[in-house]
Design a protein around this ligand. Structure first.
Ligand code: ADP
Length: 627
């Protein structure tokens, strides 16, 4: 029994591979969470960090509220089941299961009790005296599970445990593991690359790609509301059809032209049209998604040509060609023997189940967004949201980068974290309920905020009914808020950002102003601005540039163009924060009381080059005389 919390966890391997980025997840006691994604997306690495088999580069891991980063694997009370379930061949099933307990000097009768109980749960009691070679693959896997069950761990970690089994056995083991989870009432974290396994087993699924969480939610919500094109096409079989489309208004109706064909036009129902994230998409190109099961043949007026028909007993799958479209357009329907290959049919989309995605960002742009984003301006500790002017907490402001202030930025939060009840440490904003959509797992509430275009959405998971048009307060917990700058890089850091202020000694000599900071020396042409003496030097957060080592230059990294190439400060880094295209480095600078933070290019990681130099251009700092 245990909660597992990962807070902004990163893994950068020695070679510099960024395997896991900003993995942030709360796993509740007794939950069955599945990490799913294509090979190499960072699933195993995350699991191994939880187990303690892999060091956490940055971020924190808590089990039942206790920080685990430095705790030995054996003291974490976690059991891990791997895909290769190496059993000891010379031992019986009983001995295999008892082995770990013996090593821990568990009393004999206690071992006996636990082995027998585990065998019962797994229904292998009659196999206890057999040796592994006399077992089938599925039985062996059960023994491997048994070895972990006897230890009564707080958390079970399973890394593709079924991938060595044949297809049929995999299906039956799936339900056995689900049953096992119900019997044991323990937290399970399960890794797989197989979307069907994920959809059928997890209470919650974490979809990963390239080391980033794409979306984490219940299977049904991921299926109904994928936050981007990747999640939409990764889950579901056959996968969602994605069609080039152009949105336009026909009177008051939102419509889409498909494949640039005048006779392929679909109309959105009002409730859907209202959910379009931004009016800018009207008149522009988008990607339209429709699942094969949401297309009805022999109806409507969209023409498509049937290439191949597959009858699978209870259902038929049609592989069809649509005008101006390269990819097949797939339709899934209840068994129908009347539709044949090589004929043209008319089809109709169920427009309640149509998705739209941005062509560049691939984000979903209709319906509940992955993140609510609203334009705001922040000046000192005041934030302007439409017509509301609010005070931000000092803590929150201390994490904001320079790029967050005094221009339009976006305040963002996941709809799941917005609440209607007052919670401590949150920003309170006023909003008006515009419309509600009932989903299988939750209600999606769409609000307007005075002075802001578009909607602000939240999810509630209860039956509460709020009157349309009513004004409410929404609470946005600071812990869950982030800020994006105009380039959509994060302008919010994990650590407090300081002013990058230290002491500098200035001497003017031979027409140069020479500045000493710690053990670094900078020199610029003397323009009479800084007489000799002691100053405070403040390095600007986003003006300094990383100088790459020879090793990295060989790997294709490029150093910036430098007017005075010797103007560098030596730094040692201890952490970094990925902001998007940019990286925030936290470094120590000699002569500074606090760490400094600099925004640099993201094609570099401080874990590859923990000690490095930063080039300081002439406009990269301010000198203030010390009083
Ligand atoms: P998955 O489990 O999703 O297939 P992994 O967590 O195994 O992905 O790997 C994530 C990334 O980290 C991949 O690019 C992989 O090549 C890399 N990686 C995994 N283990 C190591 C290692 N020991 N050293 C360097 N890179 C590694």
């Amino acid at each position: 029994m245990a909660d597992v919390t990962l807070r902004h966890v990163y893994k950068v391997y020695d070679g510099g591979v960024r395997a896991v980025n900003d993995f942030d997840l709360d796993i509740k006691d007794k939950e069955f969470v599945v990490f799913v994604g294509p090979s190499g997306c960072g699933k195993s690495t995350t699991l191994r960090m939880i187990a303690g088999l892999e060091e956490i580069t940055a971020g924190q891991l808590f089990i039942d509220g206790e920080l685990m980063n430095e705790v030995e694997p054996k003291n974490r009370d976690i059991a891990m089941v791997f895909q290769s379930y190496a059993l000891y061949p010379h031992m019986t099933v009983y001995e295999n299961m008892a082995f770990g307990l013996k090593l821990r000097h568990t009393p004999k009768d206690e071992i006996d009790r636990r082995v027998k109980a585990a065998a019962e749960i797994l229904e292998i009691s009659e196999l206890l005296s057999r040796k592994p070679k006399a077992l089938s693959g599925g039985q062996r896997q059960r023994v491997a599970l048994g070895r972990t069950i006897v230890r009564n761990p707080k958390v079970f970690l399973l890394d593709e445990p079924l991938s060595n089994l044949d297809a049929k056995l995999r299906v039956s083991m799936r339900s056995e593991i689900t049953k096992l989870h119900e019997k044991l009432e323990t937290t399970f974290i399960y890794v797989t690359h197989d979307q069907t396994e994920a959809m059928t087993m997890g209470n919650r699924i974490v979809v990963m790609k390239d080391g980033f969480i794409q979306q984490a939610d219940t299977p049904i919500t991921l299926f109904e509301d994928p936050c981007n094109l990747f999640v939409a096409t990764f889950l579901g079989s056959p996968q969602m059809n994605i069609i080039d489309a152009e949105l336009f208004m026909d009177g008051k109706t939102l419509k889409a032209k498909l494949n640039d064909c005048d006779d392929l036009i679909v109309s959105f129902p009002d409730i859907k049209a209202k959910q379009l994230a931004d009016k800018k998409y009207i008149g522009g190109k988008v990607l339209l998604g429709i699942r094969p099961e949401h297309v009805r043949p022999n109806a409507g007026n969209l023409k498509t040509y049937v290439d191949v028909v597959e009858h699978l007993g209870d259902e038929s799958i049609l592989y069809t060609k649509m005008e101006n479209r390269k990819d097949q357009f797939i339709i899934k329907m209840p068994f129908n023997s009347k539709i044949h290959a090589n004929e043209s049919i008319s089809v109709e989309f169920n427009m309640d189940h149509v998705y739209l995605f941005d062509c560049d960002t691939h984000k979903a742009i209709m319906g509940i967004p992955n993140e609510d984003e609203i334009p705001v301006t922040i000046h000192k500790n005041m934030i302007t949201i439409g017509e509301q002017e609010l005070t931000l907490s000092d803590e929150f402001v201390s994490h904001l980068l320079d790029s967050a202030f005094d221009k339009e930025v976006h305040l963002a939060i996941k709809p799941d974290y917005v609440t209607l009840e007052e919670v401590p440490n949150s920003l309170k904003i006023e909003a008006k309920l515009e419309f509600v959509e009932q989903k299988t797992d939750y209600q999606a509430l769409y609000f307007s905020i005075k002075g802001i275009e578009g909607y602000f959405a939240m999810k509630i998971r209860n039956e509460e009914q709020i009157k349309l048009g009513s004004k409410v307060n929404l609470y946005l917990p600071y812990l869950r808020l982030t800020v994006y700058d105009e380039d959509h890089n994060k302008a919010f850091s994990r650590e407090v950002v300081h002013e990058n202020r230290g002491v500098a000694n200035v001497v003017n000599k031979n027409g140069m102003t020479i500045i000493r900071v710690g053990d670094s020396t900078l020199a610029y042409p003397d323009n009479g601005q800084y007489p000799d003496g002691q100053y405070d030097i403040i390095f600007k957060q986003d003006k300094l540039m990383t100088i790459f080592s020879k090793k990295l230059l060989k790997k294709g990294y490029e150093n910036p163009e430098m007017d005075e190439p010797r103007n560098r400060i030596k730094v040692s880094a201890y952490d970094e924060d990925v902001l998007g295209d940019k990286l925030l480095t936290y470094v120590e600078v000699k002569g500074f009381d606090n760490y400094a933070s600099f925004v640099v290019n993201n094609n570099f990681s401080v874990y590859k080059m923990p000690k490095f130099e930063l080039f300081v251009p002439a406009d990269g700092f301010i000198l203030e005389p010390r009083n």
